[in-house]
Design a protein around this ligand. Structure first.
Ligand SMILES: Cc1cc2nc3c(=O)[nH]c(=O)nc-3n(C[C@H](O)[C@H](O)[C@H](O)COP(=O)(O)OP(=O)(O)OC[C@H]3O[C@@H](n4cnc5c(N)ncnc54)[C@H](O)[C@@H]3O)c2cc1C
Length: 537
C-alpha cells in the first residue's frame, strides 16, 4: 500500500514535470523553428576557403596537434588559416581503413562549411543522405531531415571513412604553415604542471621532442594521452559488427537514407558508403560478443539477425557473411570531464564519446573545432599558459548545446532501442516507434536534434518525455485498468531512469542553464566577434 502511495506521488510529480516541459517545449519548438529558418542560406553557400591570414611560415610551432583524424586535421587547417604555425603528428598518414565515422550529419556538414572545408566531401564518391527509414517488425517510418531552407549541398553525407580523412589531411597540409609529420606521440612534456610539448618517435624510430605554447591532443577513442587531461570514465556499451554489402542495384529500399532496423536484442544500421556499396553495422550489446574467428559470429548473424531484416536486404546480408570480412569495433561512451591543464587541450573522441547509433561523433568533433578556433582567434600570444587556460574555460560550456544534445540523444535512443527485458522498457520502444511514425512535429523535432541542426537540450528532454507520455496514453486508452496504470507508471520511471543519469553526467547546469556560468558569457562574446569576423572576410 505504501509503495502504491509512493508510486502515485512519483506519478503526480512526473505529470507536473512533463506538463511543464511540454509548455516549455511548445515555446522552444516555436523558437527553434525560427532558428532553423534564420540559419542563413548563405551559411551553406560555398565560401571561399582562401581567406587565409598570412602569418609566419618558419620557426617553432605555435601549436602541436597530436593525431590527424577528424578533429586534428580540421583543427590544423582552421588554426593555420588564422596564421598559426601548426605541427601535426600523426601515427599513420596512410589511408585509414576503419568502420567508424562514415555518416556525417547535416549539422556536421554545416560545421565543415563554417571551417571552409566542405570540399572534403567531394571527389570521394560520397552520398547525400536525406534522413532515415526506421523499421520495426515489417513496418517502417520515414524521417526526413527538414532541409528546405538550406541550399542543395546541405544534407547528411556518407562515405568511406578513410577517403574522407585523407581529404581532410590534404586540405590541412595544403597550407604552407601546416607541418604534417608521421610519428607516434609517446608522452606529453610537462614542467611544473604545464604542458610544454610532446615527445614522439618519428618515421625512422628516432625519439624527438617538440615544444609549443599549446598542445592539442586529438588521438581518438583509444587515446593513451588523455589520462593527464581528463578523468576518463570509458564505458563499452556494445560492439558494432560491420560488413560492406553490394546490393544488386547498389540501392537501399529508401535510397539516400540511413536505415535503422529495430531488431532484437538491438538495432542494425544500413547506409550507403559509395554509389555501389552499403555499410551494415549490427549492434551486439554488452562487453563480450561471439567470436568472429571461430565462426560463432557468422552463426549469430545468420540465425538471430538475418530473419529480422527487411526482405530486400536479407540475401545481400547472408552473401556477405559467407564471403567473410566481418569486422568489429567497441562502442564506447565517455562523458567530458576535463582537467584543465596549462599548455594543453583535449579534443575529439579522446575527450568525449557517445554511442555511435546516431552518427553524431564527427558532428561533435567538428563543432568543438569551431568553438575552439573562435576562442583562440583573438589571442595573439599563446605563450601565457595560465591566462590561456582561464580563457579556454568557457570552451567546456560553449560546446554543450551541440555536444550534450547529441550525446544525450545517442545514449537515450540506444537504451530505448535496446530495451531491458521488462514490459515497461518494451512499451517505451513501441511508443518511440509509434511517436516517430506520427510524422509532422513528432518526427521533425527528433530528427532535427539527431541531425545536429537544432542543438537544444531542452527540446530533447521535452520530446523524450512526450514519447513516455504518449506511451502511457496508449496504455490507458480506450480505458485504463489497474495493471495498465501500473505499467504506465513503470514506463515513466523507466524513461526517467534512462534520461536522468545521462543528463547528470553531462552536467545539469552546463546543459540547461549555461548562462548562469560566468565563463560561458565571457566566451560567448568572443565567439560572436569571431563569427562577425568570418562574415566580414
Ligand atoms: C563503430 C563506430 C561507428 C561510428 N560511426 C560514426 C558515424 O557514422 N558518424 C559519426 O559522426 N561518427 C561516427 N563514429 C564516431 C567517430 O568515428 C568519431 O567521433 C570521430 O572519428 C572522432 O574523431 P577524432 O579525430 O577524435 O578521432 P580519430 O578520427 O579516430 O583520429 C585519431 C587520430 O589520432 C591518431 N593517433 C592516435 N594515437 C596517436 C599517437 N599516439 N600519436 C600520433 N597519432 C595518434 C590516429 O592514428 C588517428 O588518425 C563512430 C564510432 C564508432 C566506434
Amino acid at each position: 500500500m505504501e509503495l502504491n502511495m509512493m508510486e502515485q506521488y512519483i506519478l503526480g510529480g512526473f505529470i507536473a514535470l512533463v506538463f511543464g516541459l511540454i509548455l516549455l517545449y511548445i515555446f522552444l519548438e516555436k523558437s527553434s523553428k525560427c532558428s532553423v529558418k534564420e540559419a542563413p542560406r548563405g551559411a551553406s553557400a560555398r565560401k571561399s576557403s582562401e581567406n587565409v591570414v598570412v602569418g609566419r611560415k618558419d620557426g617553432p610551432p605555435d601549436v602541436v596537434i597530436v593525431g590527424a583524424g577528424v578533429a586534428g586535421s580540421a583543427l590544423a587547417y582552421s588554426l593555420a588559416k588564422d596564421g598559426r604555425i601548426v605541427q601535426v603528428i600523426e601515427r599513420d598518414l596512410s589511408q585509414p581503413d576503419r568502420i567508424v565515422g562514415e555518416l556525417l550529419q547535416p549539422g556536421g556538414y554545416l560545421k565543415l562549411v563554417e571551417l571552409g572545408m566542405e570540399e572534403c566531401v567531394d571527389g570521394i564518391d560520397s552520398q547525400q543522405v536525406y534522413g532515415y527509414a526506421l523499421y520495426k517488425e515489417g513496418r517502417y517510418a520515414k524521417l526526413t531531415y527538414p532541409l528546405q531552407q538550406f541550399s542543395s549541398d546541405v544534407s547528411g553525407r556518407s562515405f568511406h571513412h578513410g577517403r574522407f580523412i585523407q581529404r581532410l589531411r590534404e586540405k590541412a597540409a595544403s597550407l604552407p604553415n601546416v607541418r604534417m609529420e608521421q610519428g607516434t606521440v609517446t608522452s606529453l612534456i610537462e614542467e611544473k604542471g604545464t604542458v610544454k610539448g610532446v615527445r614522439y618517435k618519428n618515421r625512422d624510430g628516432q625519439d624527438i621532442k617538440s615544444y609549443a605554447p599549446l598542445t592539442i591532443v586529438c588521438d581518438g577513442c583509444f587515446s593513451n594521452l588523455r589520462k593527464n587531461l581528463c578523468i576518463p570514465q570509458v564505458n563499452i556499451v556494445s560492439h558494432f559488427v560491420g560488413m560492406v554489402l553490394n546490393l544488386e542495384n547498389g540501392k537501399l529500399p529508401h535510397p539516400n537514407h540511413g536505415h535503422v532496423i529495430l531488431a532484437n536484442p538491438s538495432p542494425v544500421l544500413f547506409y550507403p558508403v559509395s554509389s555501389t556499396e552499403v555499410r551494415c553495422l549490427v549492434d551486439v550489446p554488452g562487453q563480450k560478443m561471439p567470436s568472429i574467428s571461430n565462426g560463432d559470429m557468422a552463426q549469430y548473424l545468420k540465425t538471430k539477425v538475418a530473419p529480422q531484416l527487411p526482405s530486400e536486404l536479407h540475401d545481400a546480408f547472408i552473401n556477405q557473411i559467407e564471403k567473410g570480412d566481418i569486422r568489429s569495433m567497441p562502442n564506447r561512451s565517455m562523458p567530458a570531464s576535463p582537467l584543465p591543464t596549462p599548455g594543453a587541450v583535449l579534443l575529439g573522441d579522446a575527450f568525449n564519446m557517445r554511442h555511435p547509433l546516431t552518427g553524431g561523433g564527427m558532428t561533435v568533433a567538428l563543432s568543438d573545432v569551431v568553438v575552439l578556433r573562435d576562442l583562440l582567434r583573438p589571442i595573439e600570444d599563446l605563450g601565457n599558459a595560465a591566462a590561456l587556460t582561464k580563457h579556454l574555460e568557457s570552451f567546456y560550456t560553449l560546446r554543450k548545446p551541440v555536444a550534450s544534445t547529441i550525446n544525450t540523444l545517442a545514449g537515450a535512443l540506444y537504451k530505448v532501442f535496446c530495451p531491458a527485458p521488462d514490459q515497461a522498457s518494451r512499451e517505451m520502444r513501441e511508443a518511440c516507434f509509434d511517436y516517430l511514425s506520427l510524422g509532422g512535429m513528432y518526427s521533425q523535432g527528433p530528427i532535427l536534434l539527431l541531425s545536429g541542426l537544432n542543438p537544444r537540450p531542452m527540446s530533447l528532454v521535452a520530446h523524450f518525455f512526450a514519447v513516455a507520455i504518449y506511451g502511457v496514453g496508449r496504455l490507458l486508452l480506450p480505458y485504463p485498468s489497474p495493471n495498465r496504470l501500473l505499467l504506465g507508471v513503470r514506463l515513466l520511471l523507466s524513461a526517467y531512469g534512462i534520461i536522468f543519469p545521462i543528463v547528470k553526467s553531462e552536467g545539469v547546469r552546463q546543459m540547461f542553464f549555461p548562462i548562469t556560468i560566468p565563463a560561458y558569457n565571457r566566451g560567448a562574446s568572443v565567439v560572436m566577434k569571431s563569427a562577425m569576423f568570418d562574415m566580414m572576410t
